[in-house]
Design a binder for this molecule. Structure first.
Ligand code: ZN
Length: 474
């Protein structure tokens, strides 16, 4: 995909709703009859949606475009929304008001009182009820369009069979879970066959405070979610020397109290952020430290945020990212304009910055690539050492990996009997168990994929003493 125009061609081929239906057209009004089902919908379409269906100025294939086809595609497309939280509420509202007629929404959460400031489809009386169900009810009541079908599912995406996902034109995600994103991404990539049948575009949005991103994934054709796993932000950390000697930020003072002072005062007692007395102590200690260095900004809520690593959810960032995602869904379905190619990031925390770039596919991506990842292991590592490093690896991030080769089971977590049978390998040296560059299959119960890894051994045969071990880690 070198230009966005090519993306349009791809989509024209892959969207099942496109080019496959008999068009209902009301010639007296010159707009498709689907939009004349009620006065309300008619007004909605005349004022907002229909003008959008005109071909965009950057469409590189104007001869192939028809606004009637586009309107029909909009009506016949089936969109799956995953997540009915901060982003999900915005997405559902946008899709319904844009004229999509068939929407399904999946969410496994129930409504909490703390959601109400931004998840605007919910009211206080809804607290405790499933998000997907309440969101669908609210949209239905508000839009009052009998031709709009919005079906909720209260549960996990993993509960649905693979066949279920084949019915959708596009999947749009507004999730805060990396695991769920990896699962749906791997599932959609897995559905595509060699002739590109079942190619269902995935539009993914994400926000973190004032930052966010929207991206379009055409499974197997463009970079997938797994390809960009190493871009995930990790927990904010501060150098110990800054915390201990030269604090400049309120966060430095809180980290000082948390990491250095708490263990001194309460040796052996684990800090519990949900215990108000613990939090009070942490706040007071941080405040004292801040006063000493003349640093302003330590508050109780910031203290809680830092110790729990909480990033506030901001309604306006959700609105920006959800709007971008929905525009992409609209363009994918109607082909009116070129789609996003393929990653847009938005940053609002230091003035405003947006940047769009084409994230490239990784050849050794465990989902869409076809070569094994090469990873480095020390010759003296035990299998247990190797597994711990594998879990920490940014590009792998598997919490409970099981490992096999084509000839043997290295370590399996389930069933119990196999765990017992392979447990003895954990203390053996990996370099004694496998050949250099032998392919290992790594699986994890939370992901529908198996990852291929080849190990390149280096370093000494025996575990070096502590100092040189530390040096080799650096
Ligand atoms: Zn990939």
């Amino acid at each position: 995909m070198t230009s966005t125009g090519k993306g349009v061609t791809v989509c024209a081929k892959v969207c099942p709703a496109y080019n496959t239906h008999v068009y209902g057209f009301d010639s007296s009004l010159s707009i498709p009859s689907i939009f004349t089902s009620s006065l309300y919908t008619y007004k909605l379409v005349m004022t907002s949606v229909f003008p959008l269906l005109k071909i965009g100025p950057f469409n590189e294939y104007p001869d192939e475009y028809s606004s009637v086809d586009a309107a029909d595609a909009l009506r016949n497309s089936k969109v799956l929304v995953i997540g009915a939280g901060g982003l999900g509420c915005e997405i559902l509202k946008n899709l319904a008001l844009t004229g999509f007629k068939s929407i399904e929404v999946i969410d496994m959460d129930t409504i909490d009182i703390s959601n109400l400031n931004r998840q605007f489809l919910f009211r206080e009386s809804d607290v405790g009820r499933p998000k997907a169900e309440v969101a669908a009810e609210f949209i239905r009541q508000r839009i009052r369009d009998p031709s709009l079908s919005i079906v909720p599912f209260f549960g996990k995406i993993q509960d649905k069979p693979l066949e279920y996902y084949k019915q959708f034109t596009v999947v749009i995600c507004g999730l805060d879970s990396v695991e769920a994103r990896r699962w749906i991404n791997a599932t959609l990539v897995g559905l595509v066959d060699e002739e590109l049948n079942n190619l269902i575009p995935l539009v993914d949005g994400g926000t973190e405070g004032f930052r966010g991103q929207a991206r379009v994934i055409l499974p197997t054709l463009t970079s997938c979610y797994e390809c960009s796993l190493d871009m995930l932000s990790t927990k904010q950390t501060y150098p110990v020397c800054t915390i201990a000697n030269t604090p400049r930020l309120p966060e430095h003072c809180i980290e000082w109290a948390n990491a250095l002072e708490w263990p001194v005062h309460f040796s052996g007692l684990k800090f519990d952020a949900d215990n108000p007395e613990h939090l009070d102590w942490m706040y007071e200690a941080s405040l004292k430290r801040a006063k000493l260095f003349n640093i302003k900004g330590v508050t109780r809520s910031l203290t809680l945020g830092v110790v729990k690593n909480i990033i506030p959810a901001i309604a306006a960032t959700n609105a920006i990212v959800a709007a971008s995602c929905c525009n992409e869904v609209f363009k994918i379905v109607t082909n009116s304009n070129p789609i996003l190619n393929n990653y847009m990031m938005y940053s609002g925390d230091d003035s405003i910055f947006t940047y769009t770039f084409s994230h490239t596919k990784k050849k050794d991506c465990s989902v869409c690539g076809n070569t094994a990842k090469t990873t480095i292991a020390q010759k003296w590592w035990t299998l247990q050492d190797f597994i711990s490093q594998l879990s920490k690896n940014q590009e792998i991030q598997m919490k409970r990996p099981s490992l096999t080769t084509s000839t043997q089971q290295l370590y399996l977590r389930a069933p119990e009997a196999l765990e017992e049978a392979t447990r003895g390998n954990l203390i053996k040296k990996l370099s004694d168990l496998i050949e250099p560059m032998e392919e290992i299959l790594v699986t994890d119960p939370s992901l529908p994929i198996s990852l291929k890894v080849r190990v390149h051994f280096e370093g000494p045969e025996e575990k070096p003493d502590t100092i040189s071990a530390l040096m080799s880690d650096v």
